[in-house]
Design a protein around this ligand. Structure first.
Ligand SMILES: Cc1ncc(COP(=O)(O)O)c(C=O)c1O
Length: 278
């Protein structure tokens, strides 16, 4: 029995499929103690868009630590945050004519999803959220409530509330007008489903199987939210930060979500960091 099986809890997942001990990584290659080299197509599930230990970023990290830069500062004003805000605005937001405010949440993706749900409900004063079949948004109670996978939902017995799953356009649903379906649910006073505060979606369902939503579908979803006074939240945690080509994955549909959630590769180096753009 190895040390992981002996001392680590049974709450383990990916490591069960990769029975090797990794000790070094560079670019797209991960090295294991067994002597094997692996091409890392997984890339931290989108957290390592720029590869493992990218030299330029690594040098910046080392010099920041060397200069005793602030490593923990709650949400105090720090010169690092000041530089980040200015640069993110200059390089990303203003070049795309986006005037989002930037909220720094807890460091994981799921923290930012929770913040988005709380904000949407608070603004619209409605509890409901529409999510999509096949969606993955995280493992804490709010984000798990909008995650579709039955096996992982089973971990939160009876606590996943106020969410309705709508069909995502794939499989046999491709020949079914899913936007029209959502529209009829919203318009029919006898649908039994109340108008939600927000609809949360991924432009590409990543964990759900790399399912790309058609551009027209994304545009119609934006229009539907506008017409029904519903906030549109784009979870760009896994497919944002350049993963689909453009910085934001929704750019290909020329839409602007009300709330955008970023995490994973936003830190550049695999460090935990999350942002909410509102
Ligand atoms: C689309 C999406 N949303 C949310 C999350 C949750 O992020 P985290 O694991 O950092 O909590 C993930 C993680 O894979 C994700 O892919």
């Amino acid at each position: 029995m190895n040390i992981f099986e002996k001392y680590e809890s049974n709450v383990r997942s990916y490591c069960r499929s990769f029975p090797d001990i990794f000790h070094r990584a560079k670019g797209s290659i991960v090295y294991a103690e067994s002597g094997r080299e692996y091409i890392d197509f997984f890339a931290g599930a989108g957290a390592l868009n720029y590869g493992h230990n990218h030299d330029y970023i690594k040098q910046k990290v080392i010099s920041y630590l060397d200069a005793d830069g602030i490593a923990h500062g709650l949400d105090m004003y720090t010169s690092a945050k000041e530089k980040f805000l200015a640069k993110f605005h200059e390089v990303i937001l203003s070049t795309k004519h986006l005037d989002y405010r930037i909220q720094f949440c807890g460091p994981t993706g799921t923290n930012a999803v929770e913040a988005a749900l709380k904000l949407a409900r608070k603004v619209k004063k409605r509890p409901g959220i529409f999510s999509f079949m096949g969606a993955y948004h995280g493992m804490t109670l709010g984000s798990l409530s909008i995650t579709a996978n039955t096996a992982i939902r089973a971990g939160a017995i009876g606590t996943l509330n106020s969410v309705t799953f709508m069909p995502y356009p794939y499989g046999f649903m491709e020949s079914f007008d899913t936007i029209k379906y959502i529209e009829s649910v919203l318009n029919d006073v006898s649908s039994g489903i109340e108008k939600p505060a927000a609809i949360i979606f991924e432009t590409v369902q990543a964990e759900g199987g790399v399912i790309v939503a058609p551009i027209e579908w994304v545009q119609r979803l934006r229009k539907l939210c506008d017409e029904h006074d519903i906030l549109l939240i784009c979870d760009d945690i896994q497919v944002g930060c350049g993963r689909t080509g453009s910085f934001f994955s929704f750019e290909r549909a020329s839409i602007v979500p009300d709330i955008v959630i970023l995490s994973k590769s936003i830190s550049g180096y695999g460090f935990p960091m999350s942002l909410l753009l509102t």
